[in-house]
Design a protein around this ligand. Sequence first.
Ligand SMILES: Cc1cc2nc3c(=O)[nH]c(=O)nc-3n(C[C@H](O)[C@H](O)[C@H](O)COP(=O)(O)OP(=O)(O)OC[C@H]3O[C@@H](n4cnc5c(N)ncnc54)[C@H](O)[C@@H]3O)c2cc1C
Length: 815
Amino acid sequence: MTDLPRSAKIIVVGGGIVGCSVAYHLTQLGWRDVVLLERAQLTSGTTWHAAGLLTSLRDTETQTRLAKYSQDLYRKLEAQTGQATGLIGCGSIQLAMTADKAEEMRRGVHMAHCFGVEAHEVSPSEVKKMWPLAQVEDLKAAFYFPNDARVNPTDVTQALAKGARLGGARIFENTRVIGIQSHEGRVRGVRTDRGEIAAEFVVNCAGMWARGIGRMAGVNVPLQACEHYYLISEPVPGVHPMLPILRDPGNSAYIREEAGKIMLGLFEATAKPWGTAGIPDDFRFGEIPPDWERMTPHIEKAMRRVPCLLETGIKLLFCGPESFTADHNYLMGEAPNLKNFFVAAGFNSLGILSGGGVGMVMAHWIVEGCAPMDVWTVNLRRTHAWQDNNRYLEDRVVETLGIGYQDHWPFRQPTTARGVKKSVLHDRLAAAGACFGESAGWERPNWYAHPGQEAAYLYGWGRQNWFTNNAEEHAAVRERVGLFEQSSFAKLLVSGRDAARVLNRIATANVDVAVGRCVYTQFLNTAGGIEADLTVTRLASDRFLIVTAAFTQTHVEAWIRNLIPEEARCTVSDLSDAYAMLNVQGPASRALLRAISSDDFSAAGFPFATCREVRIGYHTVLALRLTFVGELGWELYIPTSFAQGVYDTLIEAGRGHGLKHCGYHTLNSLRIEKAYRDWPHDIGPADTPLEAALAFTCDFKKPGGFIGREALLALREAGPPRRRLAQFLLDDPEPLVYHNEPIYRDGVRVGFVTSGMYGHTLGAAVALGYVAHADGCSDEYLQSGRYEIELARAKVSARCSLTPMYDPKNLRVRA
Ligand SMILES: Cc1cc2nc3c(=O)[nH]c(=O)nc-3n(C[C@H](O)[C@H](O)[C@H](O)COP(=O)(O)OP(=O)(O)OC[C@H]3O[C@@H](n4cnc5c(N)ncnc54)[C@H](O)[C@@H]3O)c2cc1C
């Protein structure tokens, strides 16, 4: 064995496809001092036994782009490295057995077109022609992806490893990482069973062992392995390598050729966690004894797609472990609490088809300090410390494994591991009819059922079973007053002598304002992309309250902490669980609050974007005059012990003012009508305030500037942005818009919807979305086109507006 080096610029832990791809891409960017450490042999973890499907239609834009990049890379890897990858360009076909699945796939195909993926609908008889052994009578629709392919995962990994070596990387097998070294919040290297190596960066690509490697560094990597199956039949006459991969969600299965036999893989709806007592250290090229009893019903059902399988013998039922996460998205990026320690793990059985793209994104992120595209949905910082909990992960991954093959309904909620976090008002809200959804572990009221109506979702692509409830809640806020319970919001206190200076450098707006002022602002990365969108309220000269959505807490907290200069007197405290939040919105909110408080809620006495303590009943609460729905209203931050009393007082007095409980779906329909942007849907790390029409928050002249300012100035100098966010209202009052629907201008696809809901006041579905134009999107260009939005079956004409279609002059907000 060659001696280990004493130091390296970067150490990659794990020699599966992901670790090798990261090492390969680092060398492609010119880094040569790259060391990859593998406990056993390359591919010996999960990679060696993968089925190697490269299918490109994924749930999200990010996953689709990573899959597309991987396909393109694997196609050229052999020519570049001389190592074969076993790539077979067989294409794939997605099968829909229900009308709902057909609608979902049609929408998916439209979305895929936006990201350069080729796909088109084919008839059942065309499927039969391409796959003569398949049974097609039960199909409602099918979709063909000619560029999809399959590879040999071991060969691709070896090709990436070879490419990395050619670029200067050194790979050490039989070298186990046993500790991570760090100093003052920054990684310093690793300890191995063969000695120590100092390093500036460490990347944890240890697959299902990544949670354990994370723990060595105090970094939370919430993933859990599950049993994962495929079978190989005895030889079947008539099958050949060019048979397209069949993806058959109705039977939770995929089918492909394998050396003259048939491979049938399963994504059963209820999976079984594996390695719950820890992943064995000596598990290499390992298999799990198959659980025939549990799997037989799934296998029999799936075999009906190719009925001859029912008479063909099974040569192998293979079970291998793969890691899954709570939301079926990967875990990538820099640890929130350890600088230069990166993670790429938790691939939910998508690690081969996305491994190439993952390596590319990780390498840019590490080398340039910024991901090259919006990766929020896979960012490690969307996770929370509490998720590193065995019971939670084991309960949740049972549902995660099969999600990719289930119906992806709009508004779908997880059914496992629920009830992690509940506000102190939970039982009262349930009694008021709340139908809860989950976000960051919180149970949040999404809509309220009428008396006698079950507070439960009946999923579908048409109008939801809560459409009328939403319409009534929406109208209550526009015409009277609505009560939103938003205790889940994260509340961070930034305090200290230097707090104003620190925050002013991070925020686009000037937050060094008078005590009692609330400021709406963004935090930008150095490229000008929006990393956070939130309010900062000055409570005292040295204390600021930051309020942000619960799911962004880890990210926002880490963003601030990591930007506090070493010498600065500034600390961040988490007050989230100390305060409940009730949000009272609507034209009658002033009258309601006056009825229960003697404090001054007049326009002059309590202007928009200010805050003060007020007394409600026996209680003192912090009131912020803000809105995310476009109406007069106040957010009430209530010490948790006061929350029930304040709620009861509001409900009691509310009877005389038409107060109505309102859920998060109503918050959403109201804010889209008002064209308020939502992070990360409408704005995110790859969007700038110039593109999103949020430059009004940027104080370009404030002393000390702000992070991202120079990038914005350079972009502004270059002329109108090449893409801009606009609001759209369908001309037809019937259809619904959700997200990712393509937007056409004068018949040409120019972008896609980032969020959409029914606009009950405007009288049709309303959406936000970007329009792109290579020569720049001037106001004139945007306003002159004829717009259509592409729904599952037809394009529907729409009106485009650069100003909010609801209350463009903000008269209601400032009432
Ligand atoms: C049955 C099955 C079928 C699948 N089919 C597909 C498919 O068709 N398409 C697809 O995209 N995906 C598929 N997958 C998923 C895919 O195999 C994984 O997502 C992918 O292999 C994960 O790669 P990785 O590099 O993250 O992990 P791994 O391949 O597990 O690599 C991690 C490496 O880290 C090493 N390691 C661990 N601890 C240490 C340590 N302390 N020090 C040094 N090294 C360490 C391990 O030895 C291992 O080699 C399938 C998975 C299964 C189980």
